[in-house]
Design a binder for this molecule. Structure first.
Ligand code: CA
Length: 226
């Protein structure tokens, strides 16, 4: 579980990150609205803890933009504002939950757990597909006693492929948006390069898992079940 904290009070942001890490989440903080939006768009986070009053872009705007773009990352809004109208505005802008400062760490953690639960998310450190296991903590792909390290982007691509629902295919465009972000300059060639790195690593592991291509539609994983 990776959580992004967008909060301009650096002390608070950093203590939230430490708190989340103690609870075994991977957490990162950014301190202004523009970075918050950019990071949230990357598709690398499972939840967003979002302050409202931020330099650059405010939390309401970030939340609205993400929802307009079809991004359904769970959002917990964090703010010193306490008026009902602000709460309504926050929820209208697409936030899933709303927590007023000051708050206790217990309450924050309970809200985060609830948020992730609602998404059907679970503490997931490993993803298994066919004969391979992707460890998200160590960024390694393994098969039996062989393992290989993945770069950040390789891991992102592999995680997305391994998490696809059965019979689903992911297009190059979708992969680019999820891994590189909607306004990135990444092009088809990047995806092809990463797919080819991953194929080499699967080969090295001696895995039977294959990254297959459906022309013009996209990628999916195959594993012979016999
Ligand atoms: Ca603030």
């Amino acid at each position: 579980m990776r959580i992004l904290v967008v909060e301009d009070e650096k002390n608070l942001a950093n203590s939230l990150v430490r708190l989340l890490e103690v609870e075994k989440y991977a957490a990162e903080a950014v301190y202004d609205g523009k970075s918050g939006l950019e990071y949230a768009r990357s598709g690398q986070y499972d939840a967003l803890i979002l302050d409202v009053m931020l330099p650059g872009l405010d939390g309401f705007t970030i939340s609205s933009i993400l929802r307009e773009e079809g991004n359904d990352i769970p959002i917990l809004m964090l703010t010193a504002r306490y008026k009902t109208m602000d709460k309504v505005h926050g929820l209208d802008s697409g936030a899933d939950d709303y927590l007023t400062k000051p708050f206790t760490t217990e309450e924050l953690l309970a809200r985060v757990r609830a948020l992730l639960r609602r998404q059907g998310a679970i503490h997931m450190d490993e993803i298994v597909f066919g004969d391979i296991t992707l460890s998200l903590n160590t960024s390694t792909l393994s098969r039996k006693d062989k393992q290989v390290r993945l770069s950040r982007k390789e891991q992102d691509v592999m995680r997305i492929l391994m998490s696809l629902p059965p019979e689903h295919i992911i297009s190059k465009d979708e992969l680019i948006i999820k891994v590189w972000g909607a306004d990135s300059e990444a092009v088809d060639n990047n995806v092809e390069a990463y797919i080819s790195f991953l194929r080499k690593k699967l080969l090295y592991l001696g895995s039977d898992v294959q990254i297959s291509v459906q022309r013009r539609l996209g990628y999916f994983l195959e594993y012979p079940q016999c």
